[in-house]
Write a protein that binds this ligand. Structure first.
Ligand code: BGC
Length: 269
């Protein structure tokens, strides 16, 4: 079964058709820079262009870097504030002509990692953290997603956590690996004190260089593993969400059984 996934990020909007049984992209992804200002109309135009470049007609999942509830955007930390209150499912559905599922970007990445990547077969409490323009979070327990957790906005030393430990912060302030790893350690220690996850999957583009910073993390009890799908996780998770398939069974019978269980909502039975 195939579906189309589109990942809306702070810097780029990427999309590709996905084989949802294997989690593999069926073609090289298309990436277009995120427009500035990133208003709903401007982003919808790019989403249309990405889908059109593959001639796609069919189930489509789209990620958004903010809280998404029932297709409507509730927060917009790193994109234009006019998104708040926008019915994104309807906007994108009109733009590309068809049914669209919209979900938080980190939730999508987490779904992909739980089904096909670093979290495959994991029971217990799993926390996916994505380090990019912001910090995204996706929380799973028993394979079930608790959507829109937004742990990137916890307060650390009186500041929004993502301003202290995101990849953007590292680039903008030119923090070296050691300094940035200390900030990430402090952040993870804080999250761990609240949630005690068994496994933490660290993702985002910077997970490609995991060997440079994951070994430097300190004071964390959970197992920490880098994401394996890297920049493709959002696209893959969005496509899976578009098919309405659950991640729940990944912990019990493997991804294949999960994918075969069509009809279940993401995060539900
Ligand atoms: C947003 C989250 C998003 C994360 C990663 C945060 O600023 O509030 O919704 O998942 O950035 O893009």
């Amino acid at each position: 079964m195939q579906a189309f996934g589109i990942d809306i990020g702070g810097s780029g909007i990427k999309g590709a058709p996905v084989d949802v049984a294997s989690g593999r992209l069926l073609a090289e992804r298309k990436k277009i820079l995120t427009p500035h200002p990133s208003t709903p109309e401007a982003v919808a135009d790019v989403v249309r262009e990405v889908a059109r470049s593959f001639g796609w007609k069919g189930a489509t999942g789209i990620t958004f870097p903010g809280v998404v509830s029932g297709g409507t955007i509730r927060t917009a930390a790193n994109v234009d504030k006019s998104w708040i209150g926008t019915d994104a499912a309807r906007l994108f559905g009109t733009a590309i002509g068809g049914d669209v599922t919209v979900l938080n970007d980190a939730d999508a990445a987490g779904i992909a990692e739980m089904m096909f990547g670093a979290g495959k077969g994991e029971r217990g409490t799993v926390l996916m953290l994505t380090f990019g323009t912001g910090i995204g979070s996706a929380l799973f327990t028993g394979g079930l997603l608790v959507p829109n957790t937004e742990f990137g906005h916890l307060e650390i030393r009186g500041k929004d956590a993502e301003s202290r430990a995101s990849e953007r912060g590292k680039t903008e302030h030119e923090w070296g690996w050691k300094e940035w790893a200390q900030r990430v350690s402090e952040y993870i220690q804080h999250v761990e004190a609240l949630l005690s996850p068994d496994l933490i999957i660290v993702g985002g583009g910077i997970s490609k260089e995991a060997e440079k910073w994951v070994p430097l993390l300190e004071g964390v009890h959970a197992r920490i593993v880098p994401a394996t799908l890297h920049n493709e996780a959002g696209i893959v998770g969005a496509a899976v969400a578009a098919t309405g398939m659950a991640t729940t069974r990944t912990t019990h019978a493997g991804a294949e059984a999960s994918v075969a269980a069509a009809g279940a909502a993401v995060g539900g039975e």
